[in-house]
Design a protein around this ligand. Structure first.
Ligand code: GLU
Length: 268
């Protein structure tokens, strides 16, 4: 059974107004239900708690950035997870919430326990929906963003593929708004795209292409295929994982061991 970790960024789940895009979220649930029906095991890393909470509450007094994160994530995570719960339930699929922090990824008891928790969920056909525990995590010790978190989860759980869903098609050769720029389709082991990376990022989440590239490089080097694709594209997950790939454009980091196998075959 193939294990996939799917990370959905805040920018995929929010509309330009900053409000949660429930239609998009619902469509992603439909696609994950399809993946499950095809026999894939899915772990979902979903951002959007802070963005979701921000859309819910108008605050009178000014808040500093930590207070904002704590307040909005506390409200937003509940809303987010409730929506996932209801939507997955329509398919008779169970989901469970996993909130975590960077400390839990140090080798040791917490790491083992966390892995064990997600293994038991998967074994019992429950989709883990993971996010950082933004209410209590300490700023200096946080994940750079949920791309880093998703990468750590993919490695911890021995996934075959990590999919990072953003609001653009992949890593471009230049500014994505420039018509001359093209999506880089395949990145081979050891290849760095640093020269192409734009440091600008969208407003909704903490991540950006720079950190996606870094996570993708590290994760692919550890033997896991990484795909960066556009989560706003209709049916993107179905297109990525069905034989009829259609026109979907994305960046794929080939896993280290995949080439090793390919080379072994070529060398025979
Ligand atoms: N954990 C944050 C949230 O759910 C998102 C972090 C990120 O943007 O990567 O709002």
């Amino acid at each position: 059974m193939q294990r996939i970790v799917i990370k959905v960024g805040s920018n995929v789940l929010t509309m330009p107004s900053g409000k949660l895009d429930i239609t998009r979220l619902s469509s992603l649930v439909d696609q994950i239900a399809w993946l499950k029906s095809q026999g894939y095991q899915v772990i979902l890393v979903s951002s959007g708690a802070v963005a979701c909470g921000r859309g819910e509450l108008k605050v009178e007094n000014p808040l500093d950035s930590v207070e904002q994160r704590q307040l909005f994530s506390a409200i937003g995570q509940v809303k987010l997870v409730n929506l996932y719960y209801d939507l997955f339930r329509e398919y008779g699929i169970h989901m469970g919430q996993v909130l975590t922090m960077k400390e839990n990824f140090e080798p040791g008891e917490q790491f083992d326990n966390q892995r064990q928790c997600m293994e038991v969920m998967l074994h019992n056909d429950v989709i883990p929906v993971v996010n950082e525990n933004d209410t209590v995590s300490v700023t200096e010790l946080m994940f750079t963003d949920n791309d880093e978190l998703a990468g750590l989860i993919a490695r911890m759980m021995g996934a075959e593929t990590l999919v990072l869903l953003s609001n653009i098609d992949g890593i471009y050769t230049g500014n994505p708004n420039d018509p001359e720029s093209k999506v880089i389709r395949k990145v081979l082991p050891g290849e760095s795209l640093e020269q192409y990376i734009q440091s600008s990022k969208s407003s909704a989440g903490r991540g950006g292409m720079e950190s996606k590239h870094h996570t993708a490089r590290v994760v692919a080097d550890s033997g896991i295929r990484v795909i960066i694709a556009n989560g706003k594209r209709e049916n993107v997950l179905v297109e990525l994982f069905s034989d009829a790939r259609g026109e979907v454009v994305f960046t794929e980091f080939v896993a280290e061991q995949q080439t090793t196998v390919a080379q072994a075959i070529n060398n025979q």
